[in-house]
Design a protein around this ligand. Structure first.
Ligand SMILES: C[S@@+](CC[C@H](N)C(=O)[O-])C[C@H]1O[C@@H](n2cnc3c(N)ncnc32)[C@H](O)[C@@H]1O
Length: 328
């Protein structure tokens, strides 16, 4: 995983070569397009003119998909990019990589359900807020011995997750109130917001995109407080609005990695100060207290993973999209 600094400063051919290697295991097509960009000076020149934050491959490739461009390496790509450049530039300078992965609910739901019910759920880094509705999806947790534990609601969205080891009961929580904070909250009912989120799913991940589309339909128009702002600056006022009869839980999932280290520390200090429960679903090294509490040897496992934690205590190693969960 490269830092924001790398995305902002690496030469375009090097950046897109690196991204091709990252993308090709899940999306060979995006790997090939990324390699084509790396070796096409006319595209590199355009990308080089962008502000540093707008040049990352996920944004450019998302814009290509959003605008109906080639979804695989193709001789027509340079001309297509040149023709569509004003629209591409507008998208990459106004949109963000806000990938909202509903599959993460399969690993977060049991943690929420382990706290006193009902829950007042606050997600910092909500994107479109799919993670605020874990009670509206169906679940199929498959255990090591093949037993399937079904849970959640009858829904157009069923989330599959493989579970190893003994941990919390696999059940969905009861949510009494929900609020999300994001620097750019997206609205699942907005056509362009939904299309942008779908464009961020890589070609070849069709089942994931279909599930995302179903989740967006499921939550569109549902009642949720959407707050635009910085997750740390806005959080105290949002916590103050939560109903007192419910257990206030702050969830952060694939979000704290976007904060510089000092901002991350300030956010964690605020969670402690507010006295709320917090559920963390972040990369291995992102949350210092969680990382420091991991059992010896945990980081030696080479598989990319997130760590699921409750109130700073690590509970499980999980797949980054919630596709598997191994209780500690
Ligand atoms: C990768 S998305 C994750 C979305 C969701 N939590 C999930 O797991 O699917 C990260 C989100 O965090 C938001 N974000 C990052 N830093 C932020 C900050 N300092 N304040 C507010 N939102 C932030 C981004 O806008 C983006 O929507």
């Amino acid at each position: 995983m490269k830092t924001t600094r790398y995305w902002e400063s690496a030469a375009i051919p090097e950046l897109y070569e690196w991204f091709a290697t990252e993308a090709e295991p899940s999306s060979p097509a995006w790997g090939r397009v990324s390699r084509q960009v790396a070796s096409t000076p006319s595209i590199a020149v355009l990308l080089d003119q962008l502000p540093p934050t707008a040049r990352q491959p996920n944004l450019f490739l998302g814009a290509v998909k959003f605008l109906g461009g080639p979804l695989d390496a193709d001789p027509s790509l340079p001309l297509w990019v040149a023709t569509h450049w004003p629209k591409i530039e507008q998208l990459v300078t106004t949109r963000f990589t806000q990938t909202n992965e509903v599959g993460r609910c399969a690993v977060i739901a049991p943690v929420l359900a382990s706290l006193p019910q009902p829950i007042a759920l606050i997600e910092v880094g909500m994107s479109a807020g799919l993670g605020l509705f874990p009670d509206l999806y169906g679940y199929r947790w498959t255990l090591d011995d093949g037993t399937v534990v079904s849970g959640g609601a009858p829904s157009e969205v069923t989330i599959e997750c493989r579970v190893s080891g003994a941990g919390l009961p696999l059940v969905a929580p009861e949510i009494a109130w929900r609020a999300g904070i994001d620097q750019n909250p997206l609205d699942p009912a907005d056509h362009d917001d939904a299309a942008w989120l779908r464009a961020l799913v890589w070609p070849g991940e069709d089942a994931r995109e279909a599930r995302l589309a179903a989740a967006l339909r499921t939550v569109a128009g549902k009642d949720v407080l959407r707050v635009a702002g910085d997750i740390t600056a806005a959080l105290p006022a949002v916590v103050a609005m939560a109903p007192h009869a419910a257990t206030v839980v702050v969830v952060h999932s694939a979000t704290l990695a976007y904060l510089p280290r000092e901002a991350r520390e300030r956010h964690l200090a605020l969670l402690a100060e507010l006295g709320v429960h917090w559920v963390s679903n972040e990369g291995l090294r992102v949350v210092a207290p969680v990382r420091d509490a991991l059992p010896a040897g945990f980081a030696d496992d080479p598989r990319p993973c997130f760590v699921l934690a409750r109130d700073g205590v690590p509970l499980a190693r999980v797949g980054g999209h919630g596709q598997w969960l191994e209780w500690l």
